[in-house]
Design a protein around this ligand. Structure first.
Ligand SMILES: [Zn+2]
Length: 588
């Protein structure tokens, strides 16, 4: 249950790893010395040489960096991991800074000679160059870019830090088992999932009542962040507030508009599920604190590490033998750390190891069904890494948020299929289907409310409205109602929900949310295709994952014969969700 990180490096002696990190900085500086100021005069052949050199550089030092990073996430209390992590952070910052000129000069070169992006010599890097070409017209001069960094430091970055510090230092009263307690935010939210309904209600009431009292602080922060963004849109000539995020995620407005229209047209599907869930919970109507609550009738199935491994591995093996072999390798070669330990990073992640054509996974395995799902999810990420690292250069292994969750969510659905087949009782089946549909509902519909809300903030500012706390709360309630209608009863204080969502305050990162909607519905659509086409579909999905970031999501879907700018594609995902809902209705 613990991982073996020694495979990442030739020598695990800390001083040897530190040396490797130091030579990474030296080598980055050497590249800078050789190429800085010269990229503008490169022809296709020498440009190819530079891009290959940079990729080689990435692979050469990936092991030492990963090792330092992962050993720290596995135990942040010990001295060696602390030192290595610090050395890694310092070195990677220096190397990134040294190599930052490459993209800036590349953008300038491509503006001068856009035909380079189409050069057959550079075909391996075509999509990367095309994306830089799109970015180029929105770049400012070097001095302006520097000024912008300085202004952000005490401007929007400071507002972001204030929001997060303010939230993490609030405390909230809650009576638990007759004892009055004062809890920090991180702890009280644990009660949102309590099987005790009244406790869930009181936890929500306490948090949002408390947060609402500081609406002046939250509203000031949101105003500053949004207004700054609009100013930058003007300066950088971004046509809409969403443009920079579309560029980062490698998608276009037409695709996202089609996606969001599909959501609006299908809110009744979600509401249908919410009404079923109310029945399952023995309620007339769900309250906001019931939406993702566990079903009261569930007798929880527990899994040992070996049992979870068996289900997950078999789910992948049944999909495809090669994929199954890789999953087995992840366990056999000890690339997964599942042990619960003090000092270990919370949550779960999968870190690619491109040079080893593999990956490493961290989770804290508690034996619950959710832990089995987390394992299937993270292993899906590793499948993506196995496929992409075998086919693509490191530049193309950097895939945007819309595509990054394809392997992982697909893996969850494979596990669902397996668990549903095995389930002996109706209760077990209900619990599995509710887990899947809860997640689908949250990622697709609840998250969409956040997208609509964020859009409405910019519209309101453009119309000259002053965004005080009350106005922002009204916009949030309106966006929320467009999704939930009258299917859920909300505590009045839930109008302050926007105050704690970090996403609305992240500096230089607007519209954080829609890739989650995209990813979930995209994978449900793919899974529906798999169910329709059977084994014929398997190589298609593998090709999509193997393409990594060498193509845009739109091109990747076109490869499967689908046009993601059309609502018909997204409807496939809704149809799959409806099938799960019907399965649930049949066993009610
Ligand atoms: Zn993920």
């Amino acid at each position: 249950m613990t991982w073996d990180l020694s495979q990442l490096v030739t020598n695990t002696d800390p001083s040897s790893i530190q040396e490797s990190l130091e030579s990474m900085v030296t080598e980055a500086e050497r590249i800078k010395k050789n190429y800085h100021g010269k990229i503008g005069s490169l022809d296709a052949d020498s440009l190819l040489e530079l891009l290959k050199l940079r990729d080689k550089f990435v692979l050469k030092f990936e092991g030492a960096q990963r090792y330092s990073q992962l050993i720290y996430s596995a135990d942040s209390t010990k001295d060696v991991p602390k030192q290595l992590n610090e050395a890694y952070r310092r070195a990677s910052m220096k190397a990134t800074k040294a190599l930052a000129f490459v993209e800036i000069e590349l953008c300038m070169l491509l503006t001068e000679k856009p035909s380079l992006a189409k050069s057959s010599v550079l075909s391996e890097y075509r999509h990367y160059l095309e994306r830089l070409l799109l970015k180029a017209p929105h770049m400012l001069s070097e001095t302006e870019e520097q000024l912008s960094i300085i202004k952000d430091k005490n401007g929007i970055n400071a507002w972001e830090i204030l929001q997060s510090d303010w939230l993490s230092t609030r405390t909230f009263p809650l009576t638990v088992k007759g004892k009055k307690r004062i809890l920090p935010y991180g702890e009280i939210i644990g009660f949102y999932h309590s099987p005790d309904r009244d406790l869930r209600r009181r936890a929500n009431q306490s948090v949002y009542e408390g947060l609402g009292k500081d609406d002046i602080v939250w509203a000031s922060a949101i105003r500053a962040v949004c207004d700054d963004h609009l100013q930058m849109c003007d300066l950088r000539k971004w046509p809409t507030p969403m443009t920079p995020s579309l560029m980062v995620n490698d998608v276009d407005q037409q695709t996202i508009d089609g996606l969001m229209r599909t959501i609006q047209k299908n809110v009744n599907l979600y509401r249908r599920y919410l009404r079923i869930k109310a029945k399952l919970m023995g309620l007339r109507k769900l309250a906001n604190y019931d939406i993702v609550a566990p079903l009261p009738t569930t007798t929880e199935t527990r899994y040992t590490w070996a049992e979870a491994r068996k289900e997950v591995q078999e789910a992948y093996e049944e999909f495809d033998p090669q994929v199954g072999k890789w999953i087995k390798e992840m366990y056999d070669k000890r690339h997964i750390d599942g042990e619960i330990r003090k000092g270990k990073t919370a949550g779960a992640f999968c870190a690619p190891w491109l040079a080893g054509k593999s990956a490493y996974i961290l989770q804290s395995f508690n034996g619950r069904i959710n832990d089995a799902y987390t394992q299937a999810h993270e292993l899906g990420h590793s499948v993506h890494d196995y496929l992409a690292s075998r086919t693509q250069n490191p530049t193309n292994c950097d895939y945007g948020a819309c595509i990054a969750e394809t392997g992982s969510i697909f893996g969850e659905l494979l596990l669902t299929e397996k668990l549903l087949k095995k389930a002996k009782t109706k209760e077990e089946k209900k619990a599995i289907l509710a887990t899947v549909l809860d997640e689908f509902g949250m990622s697709v519909f609840q998250v969409s409310a956040r997208v609509f809300f964020e859009q409405s903030l910019y519209t309101a500012i453009k119309q000259g409205q002053f965004l005080d706390g009350k106005t922002v709360a009204k916009l949030w309630v309106k966006a929320r109602s467009s999704i939930y209608g009258d299917a859920v009863e909300w505590l009045d204080v839930m109008k302050w929900e926007w105050t704690m969502k970090l996403h609305y305050y992240i500096a230089n990162f607007r519209f954080y949310n829609y890739p989650y909607v995209f990813a979930q519905l995209f994978v449900f659509a793919l899974y529906k295709l798999y169910k329709e086409q059977g084994k014929e579909f398997v190589p298609k999905l593998k090709a999509l994952l193997a393409a990594g970031g060498s193509k845009s999501p739109r091109e990747l879907a076109a490869q499967l014969g689908f046009d993601i700018t059309r609502e018909a594609f997204w409807m496939k995902g809704m149809e799959q969700a409806e099938e799960f809902i019907k399965m649930l209705e049949q066993i009610m």
